[in-house]
Ligand binder design. Sequence first.
Ligand SMILES: Nc1ncnc2c1ncn2[C@@H]1O[C@H](COP(=O)(O)OP(=O)(O)OP(=O)(O)O)[C@@H](O)[C@H]1O
Ligand SMILES: [Mg+2]
Length: 278
Amino acid sequence: MGDNSFNIPDQAANLRRLVETVVPKLPHKARRLAFLSGKGGVGKTSLAVNIALVLARMGKKTVFVDCDLGLANADILLGIQPRITLDGILANGGDVKKSLIEVPSGLFILTGSESTVPKKAIGGGHLQDILMELDNDAEIIIMDGGAGIDEGVQHIAMLADEIVIVTSPESAAAVNAYRLIKVVLGHRDPPAIRIVINRARNDAVAGRAAASLLGAVKQFLYTDPEYVGWVPKDPIVEQAARERRPFVERYPGSLPSRAVVSLANKLYMPPPGPPQAA
Ligand SMILES: Nc1ncnc2c1ncn2[C@@H]1O[C@H](COP(=O)(O)OP(=O)(O)OP(=O)(O)O)[C@@H](O)[C@H]1O
Ligand SMILES: [Mg+2]
């Protein structure tokens, strides 16, 4: 992929309008990591769920918030039945802490659900209120967002301290990852950006995809995100999903599980500072 494929004209007017509607992030203690992607189906939920479980097993008080208001499915990967869901709380209010489900490794989940709540319901401070209610009880909050660059995704990004951009090596996914990064960096006080390549055939393929994306972000957006690592494409990921079990638990010795443990150890630490302007 030539670098020019990344440099697509944007919709500056829309972005300026949105910048005004994004609520400022209130001071908080728990570190918030949002898993986002430009293109759908690249593996955000699979990685976010398994990384959250590893963090919980490492003894970090971790809460997973399924922020994908469209088609949430973290509950399916974990084999749990949602009771009270994020979209329910957004629509009707409710006790956030009582809505958490604890799974055996000590991870707490606020599930999403199949929802017709408009995605922008996440804005206007509502999601922030929910995150603030969880703030005292969590060291780390993992947010799983939907794909794309719409308002809901941008609100999630701007409430996070760090966004973990997940992409596969294919150019369409990488170009859309770039577009998402560009939109996020258009906001005031953007989160730190960390990049994970998923579904790569091998280290070289992942490395090339990361270098191409990071190079474009550096060249055109003057920012130097962190490449955290990669996860191989492996049928056990889909197999575990069919079994409604997280793959780190069902197939702990597999390559994706080992990769996810390594990613969790890196994500456990804040991104290498100083702030990312290149
Ligand atoms: N490393 C991998 N190897 C093989 N299959 C994978 C891998 N990662 C994810 N998958 C599969 O890819 C599909 C999409 O994964 P997932 O639902 O996690 O993506 P997503 O980015 O959350 O999608 P969406 O944008 O719809 O929320 C699933 O069938 C999942 O099992
Ligand atoms: Mg998902």
